[in-house]
Design a protein around this ligand. Sequence first.
Ligand code: SAM
Length: 277
Amino acid sequence: MRFEIVTIFPGFFTGIFEHGIVRRAQAEGLVTIETHDLRTFTHDRHRTVDDRPFGGGEGMVLKPEPLAEALASLGIPAKTAQSIPQEQKEKTRVILLSAQGRPFTQSVARELATLDSVVLLCGRYEGVDERINELYCDMELSIGDYVLSGGELAAAVVVDTTMRLIPGVLGNEASGDFESFGVADSEISADQQGVPRSQHGAGGLLDYPHYTRPAEFDGLRVPEVLLNGDHLQIRRWRREQQLRKTLRNRPDLLERAVLTPEDRRLLEVLQREPNKR
Ligand code: SAM
């Protein structure tokens, strides 16, 4: 899968994709990440990419012409162009990073991970001339309800989250399904080779807490159930922890989560517990 990032700060990405899974995915040829300096597509002495907003107001706006040229260099025509090859429409998405976008979630990342390429346009200043959005972009994505100073951090978040869901990038083919925001058990097709289902945040819940050695640290012991080797008990305990954590930190997720009757019974009990934090 290819990620093409259009930015006025290509140097921002130096180093950011050179660690861990994202570095390995590139080394193994599963992912290609290219940055494109927007200033390369300017034609004046000052390499101007911005201009004052029509209608007045604060700040500057990224001009449409360099962005259109950058997209043309990537083979992306305006939506008004007569003959956009069907193949390209289906397998490429042009995304404008924007605080006004739809929320970027794990399920959007899962959708993107099925594509051949994603083009990410990083805004700066007050944003991007809206005609670029209308003419070229398939979606606007926001990484959260706050305003960043530029789209670069958001682009890095989209690349990182999406690339780890590409088949082959994570060691275990289905690990992405079993994390926080993971899919429902019924949607998991991979062979789990004895890993109990509903164990790792499947169904849209948050993950359960993890522990490693030593068994005792600073006076706190690892929950006893994790040490006794009883997989059924461990699975039940983990599911309860997922429900507990989701209820405490992200109760909104419970409305969409895939819950069993047993989960619902447990939730009722947990809801009656006093909130400790
Ligand atoms: N005037 C814009 C607004 O109020 O929505 C904010 C512009 S912001 C200072 C500059 C750029 O940062 C945006 O064009 C966008 O590319 C990026 N950006 C800011 N917040 C973002 C967010 N939450 N998600 C994704 N991109 C964001």
